[in-house]
Design a protein around this ligand. Sequence first.
Ligand code: UDP
Length: 243
Amino acid sequence: MKVANILGVPFSTRGFSETVDELAARIDRGQQTQVVTANPEIVMIAQGNPDFQSVLDQAYVVPDGIGIVYAAKWLNLPIYERVTGVELLAALMQKADEKQWKVYLLGAAPDVNRLAAEKLAQRYPHAQIVGRRDGYFRAEEDEIVAADIAIHKPDVLFVAMGAPRQDIWIAKHRHQLNTSLVMGVGGSFDVLAGTVKRAPSIWQKLHMEWLYRLLKQPSRWKRQLAIPRFVGTVLLTKWGKRS
Ligand code: UDP
């Protein structure tokens, strides 16, 4: 796999459509893959956290977040575009529709999970949504949740329980799941259900999606403090390499 290392995190260097093709090929081969959509916050969580670092080391990490694309530019690494969770989910559902893949949806509040499943079933009628459940269960129920997924043998499992919780959960259970592609999708079910709106495209084009999110959900400010810490650490790495 072609990877570029940003602060120890191995990012795929594939662009969006190449990523979709690669993941679809892996699903066709039945090769199990965990996809992590990583932004600066995720990279900062991995710093000094060997357990989470090892989750990323065995995953297919895609550059979600414009901060990653900028960091790659500063470090002269070949990552040229964002591969966002919401868009990857849509593209994989499109493939699932063409190939009649089985899909399982885990995560979000019960109503959001149901609405997201309804929206996906409407939009991609040939994809088979074989199972779903909300993301509010106790650790004691992990085995039951994993077993229910395994019985359905999905080709794709989307897990929307927020990062990094979902990614840690996936890494812990992936070998029990009987699933080819397992991907953490954060708040994507909320976007599908319409309970959270994605930034209008003008904000996305101006690379200001993170600011839109902060204004809409101000409680995120603490999490977004990771962004300046990330920029500082990347710049120190760059200058450190030069001197
Ligand atoms: N969530 C969940 N179980 C939990 C906590 C959160 O299923 O125990 C869901 C929550 O309902 C929401 C998603 O996880 O749908 C988290 O969304 P957020 O936007 O915080 O995720 P991010 O994209 O920032 O990772």
